[in-house]
Design a protein around this ligand. Structure first.
Ligand SMILES: Nc1ncnc2c1ncn2[C@@H]1O[C@H](COP(=O)(O)OP(=O)(O)OP(=O)(O)O)[C@@H](O)[C@H]1O
Ligand SMILES: [Mg+2]
Length: 273
């Protein structure tokens, strides 16, 4: 049996109005308990691919073709009701713009309690306690205060960590992290990557979306390189880092080294893990 949890086959996303192609011929697999990195420059279609996997693209605006296979279903064919069952409990998206993921009028604690109770039959009190204990794991500090806050009083990085906490609480099988380290400073970036490693070690499958090879160098098992809506190269992280075949990948690696994101020392990772 295949160990793939999610398979994307011949995915094409077009804009309805003008038939503009946003991504095309996208093929990849997400293996259970592995980390897949999707890397590409701004505008290459990374977020659109994430949203199509979550069933979050407006089908009036976008035409989506192909197969996004999860548990014998093609996600593209699922109605909103069935998709809601998959979101959170099976696949969670940690969004690039976390503000939009929270209701600004409802306290964070209430949103955590409600999302837990939507999937599990537990009391509000139990859900609150669970929320506190998982927030503790995210090293945010002052968990009670966070539960009592509104999203507009917290930073993007904090909201992303709260989204990861919710994904852990809901026991998501796959966590898709869309550029979650982009706005962070070096030490917070390191902390969140360590957190993702712990999740991977606990059996959760992770997809990391980034434009930063440094983020992938210590954690990715496989990497897909995206350019202008198409995959230019894909393979094991080892191959992409040490034997990139395509000029575009080589240039992207070089650029990551130049701007200090990737120090070219991922050998260490491959020798020790
Ligand atoms: N609502 C929309 N209507 C039409 N085109 C869109 C829409 N949203 C995004 N696009 C186009 O889709 C392409 C891919 O966008 P996407 O947001 O997936 O890029 P990205 O790789 O996530 O970039 P970034 O690194 O900046 O987040 C872009 O060229 C963008 O112009
Ligand atoms: Mg994006």
């Amino acid at each position: 049996m295949s160990s793939n949890l999610l398979e994307v086959k011949d995915l094409v996303i077009k804009v309805h109005d003008n038939n503009d192609i946003i991504v095309k011929d996208i093929n990849f697999e997400v293996e259970k308990s592995k980390v897949l990195g999707i890397i590409g420059e701004s505008g290459s279609g990374k977020t659109m691919i994430c949203k199509s996997i979550m069933g979050l693209l407006d089908t009036k605006k976008f035409n989506i073709e192909g197969d996004i296979r999860y548990k014998h279903n093609n996600i593209i064919d699922l109605n909103e009701r069935n998709m809601e069952k998959i979101r959170g409990q099976d696949i969670s998206l940690i969004m690039q713009n976390p503000m939009t993921a929270f209701d600004p009028m409802t306290k964070i604690g209430t949103q955590i309690i409600e999302s837990l109770r939507a999937h599990y039959s537990i009391s509000r009190k139990e859900a609150y306690q669970k929320g506190i204990s998982v927030l503790k794991k995210m090293n945010l500090g002052r968990e009670e205060k966070i539960m009592n806050s509104y999203s507009n009083t917290l930073s993007g990085g904090m909201l992303q960590r709260i989204m990861i906490a919710i994904a852990i609480m809901l026991k998501s099988k796959i966590i898709i992290a869309d550029e979650i380290t982009t706005a962070l400073d070096a030490s917070n970036k390191y902390m969140i990557i360590e957190e993702l490693k712990k999740l991977r070690n606990s059996g959760i499958t992770i997809v990391i979306i980034t434009h930063d090879f440094g983020v992938l160098s210590s954690i990715a098992d496989n990497i897909i390189v995206l350019n202008k809506g198409e995959i230019v190269e894909s393979g094991s992280a080892k191959d992409i880092f040490y034997n990139p075949k395509e000029k575009y990948t080589q240039e992207l690696l070089y650029a990551s080294k130049l701007n200090g994101e990737y120090n070219g020392q991922s050998q260490k990772y491959f020798q020790t893990v």
